[in-house]
Write a new protein. Sequence first.
Length: 279
Amino acid sequence: MIVLSGPPALGPLLARGALRSPFKRPAADAPFPRTRLVLPALRADVGRLAAYERVCGFATGDDGLPVTYPHVLGFPLAMRLMSARDFPLPLLGLVHTSVEIERYAELPGAGTYELSVRIEKLSPHRRGTEATVVTEARVGEDVVWASRSRYLARHRTTTAGDSTPQENRDPLPVVEEWRIAGDVGRRYGAASGDRNPIHLHPLTARLFGFPRAVAHGMWTVARCLAAHGVPERARVEAEFRAPVLLPGTVAYAADGTGRFELRGPKRVHVEGRVLPLAT
């Protein structure tokens, strides 16, 4: 365990990660850092929190942190682990494929939290190797919020695809249609600190193979949850199916069972659900 005095600066971590080769072909059984990074006595910055709420569509001025906000607080710690020399996957090109969040209690916006981040495991994936990053927020000894994010390093692999039959579901009913502005990536980047160049400008996005800038995956799920609503004690599951190009128009769809989708004319971008946790 390493206890930090403050959040690491993201700029140098991105630069350090970008200097490593994006062409590494790691194995799922490769060694990875087992360190748990801890930030004690962390409080949310009021200004950045308000900017985050505005860009994601959450109500501003509420007493509680949005359900996705601890991910933002823990992201610099995850970046420090994934940009380190002993992390076997190349940071450049990692794709955030899914997130699972469990909130066990309301999180006061003015509260003080101990935040910890660790890499739980590497797993084979049909398209490469996936790293699972665990983030936890504690008040005293109690875990009040936890998440698992999966990041995929794409490379050739002999791993077979999932042979489990996919459940055929009818499309969810559309609730709203959203026109997403071209500056959403820059606004979210300023609020969250995640200034990955694929999200900022068309030119920098094209350097990484995208025709235009793409929205942050965590912005898309946060925007959906702001519209959906989340109980005080809840489990959120979301899979990022395809990037949202900026600017663009998408449809937010949901039903009464907790399922939600964000989809475009040709594909589903985000698929997820919200489940209440037993008390």
